[in-house]
Structures are given as C-alpha cells and as structure tokens.
Ligand binder design. Sequence first.
Ligand code: UGA
Length: 431
Amino acid sequence: MPSLEDELFPSTPGKFKVDRAHNMNRQFHRCFASTSTMFLWALFLIALTASYLSFQSFVDSGSRYFSASWGGIQWEKQVRNSAQIHRSGGMSVLVTGAAGFVGTHVSLALKKRGDGVVGLDNFNNYYDPSLKKARKSLLNSHGILVVEGDLNDAKLLAKLFDVVAFTHVMHLAAQAGVRYAMENPNSYVHSNIAGLVTLLEICKSANPQPAVVWASSSSVYGLNEKVPFSEFDRTDQPASLYAATKKAGEEITHTYNHIYGLSITGLRFFTVYGPWGRPDMAYFSFTRNILQGKPITIYRGKNRVDLARDFTYIDDIVKGCLGSLETSGKSTGSGGKKKGNAPYRIFNLGNTSPVKVPELVNILERHLKVKAKRNIVDMPGNGDVPFTHANISLAQREFGYKPTTDLQTGLKKFVRWYLSYYGYNNRKGLQ
Ligand SMILES: O=C(O)[C@H]1O[C@H](OP(=O)(O)OP(=O)(O)OC[C@H]2O[C@@H](n3ccc(=O)[nH]c3=O)[C@H](O)[C@@H]2O)[C@H](O)[C@@H](O)[C@@H]1O
C-alpha cells in the first residue's frame, strides 16, 4: 500500500498504475485548485496592501508638495548638485538660514571657492520676505539651492542628510532681534531652542556626523561690564529673552558635544551690518527713515550716556565663519554614539572698535547727504545693553581672524547697495 506521501509526491514519475493515476489526478487537481485559490487570495492581498501603501505615500508626498515643496527624485538631484564639491579637500555644507543676511553671504563665499552648499530657510515674515526671496534668487544664480522648510521639520532634515553626507552644518537660522522678544517671545523658543535641538538630534544621528558651526550672539554678555568682552567673562546675566535663548543654545550645544561627540563651534557675532542686511536693525531702518524724511529714534543710556556697539562688517564675519568651518575638527561619533572627545569652541567675532550710535547716524548722514531728524529718548527697558566691545584674540589665534573694515567704509558699501536695491529715485524724490 503506497503511503500518502508517495501518492502526493511520487518519487519516480510513472510509478503509478493507470487506474490509480486517475485518482491521483483528481487529488492533484483538488490540491492544485486549493493552492491556486490560496495563491489568488495572496495575490489579492498583496495587491490590496500595495495599493494602500502607494495611496498613503501619494497622500504623504502630495501634502508635502503642497505644504513645503520638497521631496521627489528631481528634488533630490537638485540637492545633490548643489552639495557637489568642486575643489580638493572641500566641504559640503548645510547652511540653515541661507536666505538670511549672514546666511546669504556665507553661502556665496563657500560656493565661490568650490565648496558644496545646500541652503535651508523658512522664509518667515519677521521682516519683508521679498528681501529674502531676492537673496534666494541671488543664491540660485550661483547654483545654490535653498530648500524652503523649517528647522523643526525633522523629516525634512533627516531627508537632507539621507541625500547628502554633509561634512559641516553652518547653522545661522534663528529668530533674531533683541527688542522683538518682548512682542513675540515664543518665536524665540520655537527657532532658537526647539529648532536647534531638532537640528542637533539629526546631526548626532547622522553617519558620519557633521561638524556644527552656529551663530550665538554678543548679547550673551548681557549686563557684563568688563571690557572688552572676553569669552572667559560671565554670561549668566542676559538682558533679553533673545540673549537668554542664545545662551541656552551654548549650553545645549555643549551637551551634544559631551554626550554624542559632535564638533561644535559657537560664534558670538557683534552687531553685523552690510549690503543685503536686516531691515529690523538700526543702521538699516535709520537709512530708510532718513531717506524718507521721517524722524529716527536714538536711545540714550543712563546718565545721558550714548549707547555704543562694536559694529562688525559682513565680510569680516564671513571670514570668521569660513575660518571656523576650516578649523572645526571632526565630530567623533556615529549613529548617535560618541567615540571620543570632539572640539567645543566659542569665539567672539567683533570689530574691536565700538562706535556710539549718534556717530553711526553722523556717518549715514554724510553718505546719504541728507540730515536726519533725531528724536533722542531714554533707553526703555526693552532688553538693550548700553555697549558691546569684543576681545577677538581667541579667534585671531585659532584661525587668524582680523577684521579690516571700519564703520565709515562699511556703511559706504551698505548705502551704495541700499540705493541700488531700493532705487535712486526713491532717494531723490524724498530729499
Ligand atoms: O550683536 C548682537 O548680538 C546682536 O546685534 C544686533 O542687536 P543690536 O546690537 O541691538 O543691533 P540694533 O538693533 O541694530 O541696534 C543697534 C543700536 O542702536 C540702538 N537703536 C536701535 C533702534 C532704534 O530705533 N534706536 C536705537 O538707538 C540700539 O539701542 C543699539 O544700541 C542684532 O539685531 C541681534 O540679532 C544680534 O544678535
């Protein structure tokens, strides 16, 4: 008697007699019929799952396209092209806040010398977004892609690191402005704290980890009275929420350096000015008001003392940023695990020659050939500090930082840009 196994799985073809063959055939057909039914069901299920998944991804990518316009094969290609390095030993840098004032200048400088640059910017309306769009067009014309998205969009950041193994991150995206923090405190928490942490989380998990250089601020010195301000002075007395979020950034980046081995460099910028600058800053809004024949408000400190700033020209700041990137040293971790100590550095990037605000106005008057209508008021308690003055010896020693543009020369360049950007007619018509 053949075993069931023999019947179902004959070891020797033709082993069976014809009359049994018929029997076998029926069994085989039954078996085949049930297998094919199962097979069809399986196919059906697979098709159903596949169509569900592709529908989901359509919905996902659809909403992404409509809301943030990133993703897709073409987009990835653009990101890769923009990040392409064109010099030996070059870097590929993700520049956050690329459509911002400092971001635009740093991105251009990197690209011009052959480094790869991908920009990220959320184009918020803290100040006229059309200026940010104009900066973006400038960057595009030099082959730099600026992705529109927010720092807090972890999926986007992760995707960017999927597409490009960035060697460096130049983190300049932030909610800037000292006095606006009283109007919109949460915007500072959103960008300068939450956004920073989101970015660092992605950087620490990236493999390889990039080195991070980021913008802190001279405002961290707060009520410090020891001049010039040195990196070793106390910074635990911020005068504004803005300053407090920048100081928090310095502490937060320290923990990522300590736990995950991220190379971190924080740059304390001192009142940066120049072409393509920020319209919310005094030198910019003074220029606009002077040309429009409107009064300007000049704050004055306690005991009628003039306020002073260590105004720093953008080209000097760019040199400081590039020097920091070049000397940043490597992150040591990978995939979120520290493998050794990595550099943690903080540098002042200032001009080392403070100028009183009324003198800034004098210079503008000379360049614009228009008299300002000065309205001098006592400094309100709005987060301002009376003066800033940078000691830059650390940056000098580390990467030869040496500012070369005085306020007179720098403002001349700014005014020339301002008139070419906003138009000479505007100026003539208002004189
Ligand atoms: O160096 C820094 O850390 C900071 O420099 C600037 O902050 P601030 O120095 O206050 O620059 P402005 O807003 O351009 O003010 C410059 C000076 O003009 C004064 N000012 C400002 C506005 C105004 O209407 N009148 C006026 O007298 C301010 O009190 C201040 O003394 C930037 O706005 C900050 O983002 C940056 O972090």
